[in-house]
Design a protein around this ligand. Structure first.
Ligand code: TXE
Length: 490
């Protein structure tokens, strides 16, 4: 019997014993078999979370005590890092080494929130009355549904679970049905660390079934979600019924601007990484290259040369530089996206098809692709492919570069390369995106907020705000010299 649901402190099978296989995107082999929750299981998980929250079993812990718990989870993650990285790499098809980097980031996330929780919370407010003590306190927000994607499965869940624990929320985690193994491992660690029963629950299964309950149920106070825009819109509609709090991270189509005065060697190298790392399955991927006209040919020909020799390979290919797409459906979407781009008038310079190597025949490998002569109005420029597809546009002036970089409904991240620091600072300030890199692309740290402007989402993860998403703010006014209000006549 497969028993991988964690509900009210107990590992159990689905109520109908349902399960599903997880397939490797590298060769379609079965890498795991996990329970598939029923509606009754989701109902139990939400009930357990609600009960544990309302009982005060965890909310009564101090911030310091909860931070110690989160530190302990970080220690246990460190102990099991390679085991979990192996599972992550099996589920996603990414190289083991890449999954090890992800695990290091997961651990830093838990350490960051543990340190943040240990700080002083709340503040006194001077209301100008000596007999009044006015105080702002932070309290756990309630029951949270934490729904994660498949590209960085454990990391995206860690960004939610670590602050939820520090804040004192009870929650139900639902990883993507395509990549559930690392979430199961995390739950085992959360249990081992001594988290009270019912606080952390794990539900597995497709979003269309179990996810729907997690976003509709009135007992849930907050939904924190990372995934596609369409699902984000569904969640917002569902949240309206009970005015749930929302934290949404919905991806982007991120501008990467290169001026002619940039350090071109570094800029080109970073442009290749920004677009093709993890085969473009990165919400902040720099897939929209915007390059000054005078250097277009030089930059693009070098990127094409580099893209053509990127080595694709599966979890155990030590020489691989990036891996497969997550699923057959995703491969189909990316192929159609490129075909549409070409039909719209973009010029295909490299890639544009599946890998034809025999060792990739059973996997979802798509070649790094560059579409030149792109225009802002094109579908392939406005929409996210979430695959290894770079579009190239040109500009002549600084104002034009900014206008193109902002001509998008998304607003997650962007990059600007220039050796003129004042120009770079002006462009960074004018771009309406949540993270801007100057002469760099991609790095982030748990101590800095992460999130999107416009349709890239609502709220922020990481940093200090990332904890704030899981807290309510209460004002307590205490009058130490009570007197009549005197408003109405006796
Ligand atoms: O995401 P979904 P998909 C983008 C990227 C990609 C597109 C679609 O462009 O091509 O989204 O990917 C759960 N109620 N990103 O279809 O469906 C689902 O089970 C509740 C950007 O895989 O949004 C999974 O756990 N939950 C991104 C999670 O939502 C639902 C990362 C994400 O799946 C649900 C991934 C529902 N009705 C994709 N439907 C990023 N921001 O990094 C699905 N889910």
């Amino acid at each position: 019997m497969v028993a991988t649901l964690f509900i009210d402190g107990v590992w159990r099978a689905a109520s109908d014993n349902g399960f599903h296989d997880v397939h490797s995107p590298h060769d379609q082999s079965v890498v795991a078999t996990v329970s598939q929750a029923t509606e009754a299981d989701v109902d139990d998980a939400i009930a357990a979370a609600r009960r544990s929250f309302d009982s005060g079993i965890f909310t009564s812990w101090s911030f310091k005590e909860r931070s110690d718990l989160v530190s302990k989870i970080a220690d246990l993650l460190e102990r099991d890092a390679d085991l979990i990285a192996r599972k992550e790499s099996d589920d996603t098809g990414k190289r083991f080494t890449e999954a090890q980097y992800d695990l290091a980031d997961v651990i830093s996330t838990f350490r960051h929130f543990a340190a943040l929780g240990a700080k002083e919370h709340g503040r006194k407010v001077d209301v100008g009355l000596p007999h009044v003590h006015s105080q702002i306190v932070h309290e756990p927000l309630g029951v949270a549904s934490l729904i994660g994607p498949w590209n960085y499965p454990l990391l995206q869940i860690a960004w939610k679970v670590a602050p939820a624990l520090v804040a004192g929320c009870s929650f139900i985690v639902k990883p993507s049905e395509l990549t559930p193994q690392s979430a199961i491992a995390l739950m085992k660690i959360i249990e081992e660390a001594g988290t009270p029963k019912g606080v952390a629950n794990l539900i597995l299964g497709p979003g269309s079934v179990v996810g729907t309950l997690l976003i509709n149920d009135p007992r849930v106070d907050l939904v924190s979600f990372t995934g596609g825009l369409t699902t984000g819109q569904t969640i917002m509609r569902a949240a309206a019924q009970t005015i749930k709090k929302l934290a949404l991270e919905l991806g982007g189509k991120n501008p990467h601007i290169i001026f002619a005065d940039a350090d071109l060697d570094a800029a080109i190298d970073n442009a290749v990484t920004a677009a093709f790392l993890h085969s473009g399955q990165v919400c902040s991927a720099g897939t929209r290259l915007i390059v000054e006209r005078s250097i277009h040919d030089r930059v693009v020909s070098e990127i094409v040369r580099r893209a053509a020799k990127i080595r694709l390979g599966g979890p155990s290919d030590e020489m691989a530089e990036t891996g497969p797409l997550i699923s057959a459906a995703h491969l189909r979407n990316v192929s159609e996206y490129v075909e549409k781009g070409v039909a719209e008038g973009a010029t295909l310079l490299v890639g544009g098809k599946r890998s034809e190597l025999p060792e990739h025949a059973n996997g979802w490998y798509y070649l790094p692709t560059v579409l030149d002569n792109a225009k802002s109005s094109m579908y392939c420029v406005q929409e996210e492919s979430f695959g290894p597809v770079m579009t190239v546009e040109v500009f002549d002036t600084e104002a034009e570069a900014i206008a193109i970089g902002n001509d998008t409904n998304f607003g997650l991240s962007g990059g600007v390369w220039s050796s003129d620091s004042e120009k770079a600072a002006r462009v960074a300030s004018a771009l309406r995106h949540g993270t801007i890199w100057v002469n760099d692309f991609g790095p982030y740290r748990p101590a800095a907020e992460w999130g999107g402007y416009k349709q890239s989402g609502i709220g922020r993860e990481l940093g200090e705000h990332g904890l704030g998403e899981y807290l309510e703010i209460k004002h307590i006014w205490t009058n130490n010299a009570p007197s009549r209000s005197g408003w109405f006549r006796d």
